[in-house]
Design a protein around this ligand. Structure first.
Ligand code: NAD
Length: 515
C-alpha cells in the first residue's frame, strides 16, 4: 500500500498522546466492512418505514462505508411512543438505583471490550486518529457510564425535613424527567452521545437518540451495547435520519420532556423556539470561538504545544478548539515562528495510521466551508504563515493543512466566526486588560485558556473570562466529574459531573401532616 501519511514522521513534533501523557495505543487497525444500519425502536432493530437509506462516506478514501436507515417522521413518532410507554409502564424509572447502576457498569465494560470496533468506526466515519480515540476518548466514554452509575446510587436520594409546625414533615424526592431526546452533532459522535446517555439513563429517563446523519456508526454500536448490557426494550431508542424532519418531531412532541442538544448555535436557537410550545427542558451545548491567551512569562514550548493541540486536535473540528490565539507582544514573533514550524511539520494522514496527527475533514460540505474561511483569511489584513492548502493521499481525502494567520485582529471574519476546522488567527496584545477585553469580545463563551507561570494572574483572569471552561497551562482536558458547558451563545446546562445529573431530573416535595 502506498504511504498513508504526508510529511516525514521523523520530523514530527510531539503527538497528542504525548501532550496528554499517555502511551500510543499498540493496535494496528485496518478498515473493515460495517453492516447496514437500522433503527432501534422498542428493543427491535428494523428498517425505516419508507425503506429508504442514506450513505455514510469515509473522508480518507471518499468511498461509501455503508447504508444507514433514513427514519421517517412516523419512525420518530414510534420511537417516542416506545420511550413513553417504557417510562410510564416499564421497570426502568421504578428500578432500584443499584440495579440501574449495575446495567450502566456493564455498559462501561462492554464499551471497553469493544473499544477497537468503536475506534475504527470513528476513524472511518469522522476521520479521528485511531490512537487519539483509543487512548483519550474511549476511556472517557466508558468512564462516563461508571461515573453516572455511581451517581445513580447516591445522588437520586431524597430528604426528610421539618417546617414551621411541629406536626409537619417535608419529604423531598428526585425523579426522572420522563422521555429525553438526545440530538448530537457529527463531531465526537460517541463521546457526545455518552455524555447525554449516561446521566439520562442513570436518572431513570427513557431516551430517543438522533445522531447526525454524517456520522451515525458509533451510535449504532452503542445502542447494541445498551441492549447487550440489559437496558430494557424501549428505554433506549435510536433513529438515524435528517435533522429537519425527524428532529422536528422530537422537539415538538408533547411526550418528550427534555431535549439534550449538542450542535450549532443556529440550530440550537431553532430548537429552543420549537420546544417553547411544550415547555421543554433543554440543555444546549453550542458553538464556540475560544480564546487561548499566552503571556510573556509562559513556558514557551509548553504554551506552543497547548496552542497547537488546542486548535489542531481532531483537525479543529472541536467545539472547544482554541480557535483564537492571543499572544503578548514580547514573545509574539517567537510563538508565531515555533507554531509555524510545528504546523508545517504536522503529519496529515489516514486516521488508522499510528503516525497520523491530523486526519481528514469529516465531510465535503465542511471541507468546502473551511476553504471559504481560508480564502477570507488570505484576502484579509492577516499574514498566512503556514498551510492554507489542501492535500490528498493517493489522489483522495478531504485533508486541509494546519493553517496559521499571524497579525490577525479580533474583528476579522476568521476571528469572529466558528470555522470548525484547522485554521488559527493569531492576535497580538499588550497586558492583562487588553487580553481580557479581546478574549471576551465574542458572542460565544464555551472554553478559554491562559498560559502563564504566574498562578495569581491565571486565577485572576480565569475569574474574568466569560466561558464555561478555563484551561490553565494546558488544553483539552476532560473528566466525567468536571462540569462542561457554555456561557453566552455557547449554550446552557452542564454535561459531566453531578451538575449534569441535575439536568436530567426534577424534584418533588411531599408535605405530610402527622396530625
Ligand atoms: P448542527 O447544529 O448542524 O446539527 C446537530 C444535530 O442537530 C444533528 O444531529 C442534526 O441532524 C440535528 N438537527 C439539524 N436541524 C435540526 C432541527 N431543525 N431540529 C432538530 N434537530 C436538528 O451541528 P453539526 O454541524 O452537526 O455540529 C457542529 C456544531 O456543533 C458546531 O457549532 C460545534 O461547535 C457544535 N458542538 C458543540 C459542542 C459543545 O459541547 N458545546 C460539542 C460539539 C459540537
Amino acid at each position: 500500500m502506498a504511504t498513508a501519511v504526508l510529511n516525514d514522521p521523523s520530523e514530527k513534533s510531539a503527538n497528542l498522546t504525548d501532550f496528554h501523557g499517555v502511551e500510543p495505543h499498540p493496535s494496528v487497525p485496518t478498515r473493515k466492512g460495517i453492516a447496514k444500519g437500522q433503527l432501534l425502536i422498542d428493543g427491535k432493530w428494523r428498517d425505516s418505514s419508507s425503506g429508504e437509506t442514506m450513505t455514510t462516506t469515509d473522508p480518507t478514501t471518499e468511498a461509501p462505508i455503508t447504508a444507514v436507515a433514513k427514519a421517517t417522521p412516523e419512525d420518530a413518532q414510534a420511537a417516542i411512543d416506545a420511550a413513553y410507554a417504557a417510562f410510564e409502564e416499564g421497570p426502568w424509572g421504578k428500578m432500584h438505583h443499584e440495579e440501574r447502576a449495575k446495567i450502566l457498569f456493564r455498559m462501561a465494560d462492554l464499551l471497553d471490550e469493544r473499544a477497537d470496533d468503536f475506534a475504527i468506526r470513528e476513524a472511518m466515519d469522522m476521520g479521528m486518529p485511531y490512537t487519539d480515540f483509543r487512548t483519550i476518548i474511549m476511556p472517557h466514554c466508558s468512564g462516563l457510564f461508571r461515573f453516572f452509575g455511581g451517581q445513580a446510587m447516591s445522588a437520586m436520594n431524597g430528604g426528610y425535613r421539618t417546617s414551621y409546625e411541629q406536626t409537619i414533615r417535608i419529604l423531598t424526592r428526585r425523579e426522572p424527567l420522563g422521555v429525553v431526546a438526545a440530538i448530537t452533532p457529527w463531531n465526537f459522535p460517541l463521546a457526545l452521545t455518552c455524555s447525554k446517555m449516561a446521566p439520562g439513563l442513570a436518572a431513570g429517563n427513557c431516551m430517543v437518540h438522533k445522531p447526525a446523519s454524517d456520522t451515525p456508526l458509533t451510535a449504532l454500536a452503542l445502542a447494541q451495547v445498551a441492549m447487550d448490557a440489559g437496558v430494557p426494550a424501549g428505554v433506549y431508542n435510536l433513529i438515524t435520519g435528517p435533522g429537519g424532519s425527524i428532529g422536528d418531531v422530537l422537539v415538538k412532541s408533547p411526550k418528550v420532556d427534555k431535549i439534550a442538544f449538542t450542535g450549532s448555535t443556529s440550530v440550537g436557537e431553532n430548537l429552543i423556539r420549537n420546544g417553547a410550545d411544550t415547555v421543554k427542558h433543554m440543555t444546549m451545548e453550542l458553538g464556540g470561538k475560544s480564546p487561548n491567551i499566552i503571556f510573556a512569562d509562559a513556558d514557551i514550548d509548553a504554551a506552543v504545544q497547548a496552542a497547537f493541540w488546542g486548535i489542531f486536535w481532531n483537525k479543529g473540528e472541536v467545539c472547544v478548539a482554541g480557535s483564537r490565539l492571543l499572544v503578548e507582544r514580547p514573545i509574539y514573533d517567537e510563538i508565531v515562528e515555533k507554531l509555524t514550524v510545528m504546523a508545517k511539520a504536522a503529519i496529515l494522514g489516514d486516521p488508522l495510521d499510528a503516525k497520523t496527527q491530523i486526519g481528514p475533514i469529516a465531510t465535503k460540505p465542511e471541507y468546502d466551508k473551511i476553504l471559504t474561511y481560508i480564502e477570507s483569511g488570505k484576502q484579509s489584513s492577516a499574514r498566512l504563515t503556514a498551510g492554507g492548502g489542501t492535500r490528498k493521499i493517493n489522489g483522495k481525502g478531504l485533508f486541509i493543512e494546519p493553517t496559521l494567520f499571524a497579525d490577525a485582529t479580533n474583528d476579522l471574519k476568521i476571528s469572529r466566526e466558528e470555522i470548525f476546522g484547522p485554521v488559527l488567527p493569531i492576535i497580538p496584545f499588550e497586558g492583562e486588560e487588553e487580553a481580557v477585553r479581546i478574549a471576551n469580545d465574542t458572542t460565544y463563551g464555551l472554553a478559554s485558556g491562559i498560559q502563564t507561570r504566574d498562578l495569581g494572574r491565571a486565577l485572576r483572569i480565569a475569574d474574568r473570562i466569560k466561558a464555561g471552561t478555563v484551561w490553565i497551562n494546558t488544553w483539552h482536558k476532560y473528566h466525567p466529574n468536571a462540569p462542561f458547558g457554555g456561557y453566552k451563545m455557547s449554550g446552557y446546562g452542564r454535561e459531566h459531573g453531578a451538575e449534569a445529573l441535575e439536568n436530567y431530573m426534577q424534584y418533588k416535595t411531599a408535605w405530610a401532616n402527622l396530625g
